[in-house]
Design a protein around this ligand. Sequence first.
Ligand code: HEM
Length: 414
Amino acid sequence: MTLPDRGAFSRREYLKGLVAVGGTAALAACLDEESSVDIPTGDPAAVPERQHAWNAVLSGDNENIAPARHHVLLSLTLARDPTGDDRERFERALETLERAYEWSHEGLLFTVGYTPRYFERVGWNGLPEPTALTEFESPEFEDGDCQIHLASDHSQAVLAAEEALLGEIETINGVEVETDIGDLVDSRERLTGFVGPGLPAEHQDTPGVPDSEPIHEEAPFFMGFRSGFEESQASEDRVTIEDGPFAGGTTRHVESLSIDLRQWYEQDSQFQRVAKLFSHEHAAEGLVGEYGEKLDESNGLTAERIANTLEDARQHGVVGHAQKAARAREDGEPLLLRRDFNTTDDDRPGLHFLSVQREIEEFVRVREAMAGADIAEDSAVGSITNNGILQYLTVRRRGNYLLPPRELRAFPDP
Ligand code: HEM
């Protein structure tokens, strides 16, 4: 992939473009652009035992946690079964990243996850293979061994971490790269993206992003609304595995979606968009505002609004995405901790929906609630039309991962 043309983009767009391209040339261009940026270094001893413990070191307003702005999901296929020596090398390479950058959104956050294919190498079958979860999809499936999620407010940190792990650079943020796992990696695949107020609005020139209806300047996501309100997110405790060889870890599912934004913005009104994303009542009572600014730490889904999902479908011919998905809460508690982000991978707008949860089975249950096949059977809502946002989404890829606790994160062998 060629580097974006510096003259054609704003600084923020350029930096996002460099993350999408990746590699040492993109990193050099990024360091050049951000030469005045000073990123704090870190200390491995200060990194928590749970790889997924990010909330305390992310930023946020009110009660809500703001995600880091730049993301890379680096999937690696190993050239051979890792040995004890490889394990040690990988652990040291990961500690180098922790020394190079503070464990925070201003430095670098990362998690290392392993696939069922990896666990086959070590004879463990505790993680299910990804499968198609609805009748309307035929996704590709992750076929690598391990996937590293890199996240930071600084594009140079995610790019440099990737190159350091693969042995393409000698120093990272002033710290010497003593070891890497480049020789162990047969191939890499990258999924990239960004999230945060104003970032989607800058993509009006991406194919598939309509310019007739501008995306709200403050919206953090392509579909134009805030997401990830505190009360609709599982806590880090709730998603932590409690027993077995990976107690203290969690699981990750990544569902990569492309979004038909033309239809979303050009065919639907703001009222319809709110009804389809939240609920009919949210739209009728004006609870959301232009991009979600009227909502605070809750998405406004009371137990009653959730219980009324089928009734809404029958009465109003539409159900909200969040309203439907919330039916899967257990004792009022959400099961998923969503850490999803926008993407323009493959030159089209989309979302890498990433969530962590205690078991993959819980993701499957929530995804079934979101699919809402039961609602379509019992009301005038179609299997995709007016059934939340299903009509605008195409599932492209799925992957299941197990994220061990930090002490077992380097090529675990249960
Ligand atoms: C382009 C795709 C998607 C968009 C734009 C989107 C957007 C949203 C928005 C705006 C909300 C309401 C605000 C909030 O509670 O945070 C929400 C809630 C939610 N979404 Fe999505 N979402 C997408 C895909 C998915 C997928 C694939 C899942 C997988 C199951 C999912 C699961 C949920 C859940 C569990 C909730 C919270 C429900 C609750 O309150 O308990 N979303 N989403």
